[in-house]
Structure formats: C-alpha cells, structure tokens
Design a protein around this ligand. Structure first.
Ligand code: UDP
Ligand code: MG
Length: 317
C-alpha cells in the first residue's frame, strides 16, 4: 500500500436494490472494480465493502446477493422483510454501517462510479458530506427529465431547500452519518435531511448515464409521493398558501358584497343562477382543496406519532 495508507478509512458502498436481478451482477462487477481501485490507491481501507440492501424484491435479487457474498468478502447484504421504498432502504443501509464513510449509489449505475474518486478525495480533505450532482441528464427519457425538473421546481416553490439534480448519490462521513441517523422521522426524505446536518460539504458533478438494464422503479405516482413527503416534512408553505388564499377570497367577497348593494340600489340586478352556482362551486372546491392540504399534514402527524418501525431486517450476510 502506498504512503498514507494508515490514513485510509473503511468505505461502505450502500446499494439499495428492488427487483434489480437483471443488472445486479454487472453492477456488482463494476462497483467491485471501483472499490478495488480505491483500495489499491490506498485511499480507503482494505476492509471496505459493498453492501446491498434488498428492499423486499420479488425476483431473484437476494439469491444473486447471497451468491456474491459467498464468493467474495467484498460483498455483504441486508434483506428487508418487505418493500419499504428507496428512502427507507437507504436508511437500513446507513444503519448497518459500523465504521468509516459510506457512499449511497443506485444499483442501476446511472450515476458513474468513477465520481467516487473525487468524493473520497473530498472526504480525505475533511468533508463529511459530498453530493453527487447530475449536470447533464440528456440520457434520461424526456418524461424523466421533465418530471424531475418539475419535481425540483415544485420543491423550491414549496420552500423546501434541496440541492437541484442531486438525488441520493452521496458520500457521508461517520459524523454526518450519525447526524443523519439521529433524525428519527417516519416520513423520511434524505435529500432534505442531509443539508440540515451541516459539516464541511462539497459537490462533484457528472453526466447521468442511461440505466444498464431493467426498468425505473420511480413511477410518476412514486415521484408524486416523494414530492409530497418532501414538502410535508420540510415546509409549511402550503399551509401559508391556504391562509393567503383565504384572505384573497375574503377580499374578493367584500368587493362582491359592495357591488351587490350598489347593484340593488341603483341598477336593476339580474338574478343569475349561473353566477351563483359558479361561485358556490368555486368556493366549495377551494375549501375542499384547503382541507385536503391540511389533511395531508394531519396524516403525516398521524404516522409520525405512531412511531412504527420503519423496516425489519430479515437476513444479513
Ligand atoms: N429502489 C429501492 N426500493 C424501491 C424502489 C427503488 O430500493 O422501492 C432502488 C432501486 O433498486 C435503485 C434505486 O432505488 O437502486 C433507484 O431506483 P430507480 O433507478 O428505479 O430510480 P430512477 O433512477 O429511475 O429515479
Ligand atoms: Mg435509476
């Protein structure tokens, strides 16, 4: 090992997997090569590992992980008892790490592994958090790019501070990992939590590649759910918007009241059911919308207070 090896620290690559059997072997190979290169360069310790978190896959994902772990000590695995979603799978990975730094990366290798070199360099330079930022996503489908852009725009409008085009490809040093784990919220939105922990931070930029195989697990519905989770757990802007809407409707109501009196006194008012109907429907709709937003927050409080376990580990390798 070259000079400086004594400084080397353990690195764990956390890879959440949900039905990733078609690409897992290929990913494992690429990740192992990258990790070995880091070890050889003396940048990370010999005992560094790749940790697959099987998020309740229904295909042969766990069998592939078990096979890899049996073949090489570079691989380890955690099997969750059911599908709990990407964010909770990442959490399970973070909790399983004992020492050193960790990098969370998707199994589909859309985020290039060589970026890890820069991440580790920043970590060795004293950073506890290193964000991977997608600079170019032309390889994503038009739909993915548009929905992703809308997602970050929506978050900004809603007052959620997030790092644009940073998903969950990031390095966390041991201090940052412990800090992140001290957030015990049920509605986990790591992209919002990580910026809250502070520490010395850096960013690395890369071009996003297409999936090496398989399909994206983030359907439109899941993206909407993630956005809702992010907004409700980090911002009260929607609640303030309701108050603002209330004030605006009230002022409009006042104006309309004055107009009705003037109309009645000086003109011949036309009795119009259509306009009355339109107003009732509009106000009714707005009230329902406001109730829905408040309800969403109440729903979140409801799940938070129950403090249910966020996942169960079925097996560890
Ligand atoms: N994933 C997971 N649990 C889920 C959905 C996804 O662990 O319920 C994993 C998935 O296997 C992948 C990562 O999260 O490693 C990101 O998912 P995907 O590539 O489908 O998302 P996209 O890149 O399309 O946003
Ligand atoms: Mg992906």
């Amino acid at each position: 090992m070259p000079e400086g090896a004594e400084l080397a620290e353990t690195l764990t690559l956390i890879v959440p997997c949900y039905n990733e059997q078609p690409i897992l072997l290929q990913s494992a190979h690429v990740l192992e090569k990258q990790l070995q290169a880091l070890i050889k360069a003396g940048l990370v310790a010999q005992q560094s590992k790749i940790l697959f978190v099987d998020d309740g896959s229904t295909d042969q994902t766990w069998a592939v992980i078990a096979d890899l772990a049996a073949r090489s000590s570079s691989f380890s695995g955690v099997k969750l008892s059911r599908n709990v979603g990407h964010q909770n799978a990442l959490l399970a990975g973070l909790m399983a790490v004992q020492v050193g730094a960790c990098i969370t990366i998707d199994a589909d290798l859309q985020d290039p592994v060589d970026v890890m070199n820069d991440m580790v360099a920043h970590y060795r330079g004293g950073c506890q958090v290193v964000y991977g930022i997608r600079q170019d996503r032309t390889s994503d489908t038009f739909f993915k790019r548009t929905t992703a852009r809308f997602f970050y725009r929506f978050m900004t409008i809603m007052g959620v501070e997030s790092i644009e085009n940073h998903a969950d490809y990031r390095l966390l040093g041991p201090k940052a990992r412990k800090a992140v784990l001290s957030f015990t919220e049920e509605n986990l939105y790591l992209r919002g939590i990580v910026p809250l922990v502070g520490f010395q931070t850096a960013s690395v930029y890369y071009t996003r590649a297409p999936r090496v195989g398989g399909k994206s697990k983030y359907t439109l519905l899941r993206m909407v759910a993630l956005a809702l989770r992010g907004v409700t757990s980090f911002s009260v802007v929607p609640l303030r918007m309701i108050a603002l809407l209330g004030v605006s409707v009230f002022l409009l109501g006042l104006l309309s009241m004055v107009w009705s009196v003037v109309d009645k006194l000086f003109f011949q008012p036309a009795v119009g059911w259509a306009s009355l109907n339109a107003v009732i429907c509009l106000i009714g709709g707005l009230q329902m919308l406001a109730l829905g937003i408040v309800g969403e927050y109440i729903g979140c409080i409801y799940t938070e207070v129950k403090r249910r376990p966020r996942f169960f580990v079925e097996q560890t390798l």
